[in-house]
Design a protein around this ligand. Structure first.
Ligand SMILES: C[S@@+](CC[C@H](N)C(=O)[O-])C[C@H]1O[C@@H](n2cnc3c(N)ncnc32)[C@H](O)[C@@H]1O
Length: 228
């Protein structure tokens, strides 16, 4: 991103009351893919200062219909979200990757570890993650995966992401990214790369967007999800 564009998004963020320019990255992803829907819930891993949560709240509020069930918006971060309205969402103070203390902007391996953890939490099958994506699972997510083992009715959703749900993960481009993309293609109807305008042009930051989670059986074949 050029300095002018940087200033533009910075000023726009202030004007619209967003906590960070990153709000425009999710806004662009939302406009393209409609990943946040009324009645849906949002889990933001690494949510501080809270700009994505602001966008999620706005997206859900804008679409809210009285017949839809209420949404849950949950943020997780090492740091507490501060300085803005806390109504309408919850935050949890937690370390997603016990040996990661903050994202080092230039570290592809760390970005892949965080992305891998998000994928594992969403799909709960980290054993299949591509080589090179290291995940150090906290104990509670291990039990989460146990709770969703396959049943006699066929594959059940492991992880927190419901069938037909969407996933957005940030990675820094480098080795391992294409493997992660290929891996996600087994679990989503469509997987696309996004590079929002608000990202710096010199940045290696990319977003993988997985649309419509599909369940897979033990042989790895996709199971068609029939909406209720
Ligand atoms: C780029 S910021 C996220 C910005 C946020 N999405 C927004 O729009 O306001 C990355 C966040 O990830 C958090 N983070 C990094 N490593 C983490 C970890 N291991 N566990 C939890 N949060 C972590 C950092 O504390 C930081 O707040």
């Amino acid at each position: 991103m050029s300095r002018n564009l940087k200033d533009f998004f910075f000023k726009q963020a202030k004007r619209h009351g967003f906590l960070a320019r990153s709000a425009f990255k999710l806004t662009e992803i939302q406009e393209r893919f409609r990943v946040i829907r009324a009645g849906g819930s949002v889990l933001d891993l690494g949510c501080c200062p809270g700009a994505w949560i602001q966008v999620a709240l706005q997206a859900i509020t804008a679409q809210r219909a009285s017949t839809k069930p209420s949404s849950l918006i949950l943020g997780v971060d090492l740091k507490a979200a501060t300085g803005h309205c806390r109504q309408g969402f919850h935050t949890v103070l937690s370390d997603m990757c016990p040996d990661t203390s903050g994202i080092a902007a230039a570290d592809v391996a760390r970005s892949l570890e965080l992305a891998g953890h998000a994928v594992r939490l969403a799909l709960s099958n980290s054993s299949e993650l591509p080589d090179g994506i290291r995940v150090t699972p906290p104990d509670q997510s291990a039990s989460l995966s146990d709770a969703h083992e396959t049943s006699p009715e066929g594959p059940q959703p492991g992880g927190v992401l419901l069938p037909e749900g969407h996933l957005v993960v940030k990675v820094l481009s480098g080795s391992g990214c294409n493997e992660l993309h290929d891996y996600l293609r087994h679990h989503f109807r469509k997987v696309v790369w996004a590079q929002p305008k608000a990202s710096r042009s010199e940045s290696r930051e990319m977003y993988l967007v997985g649309l419509c989670r599909q369940l897979t059986n033990s042989a790895g074949a996709r199971t068609r999800v029939v909406p209720k």
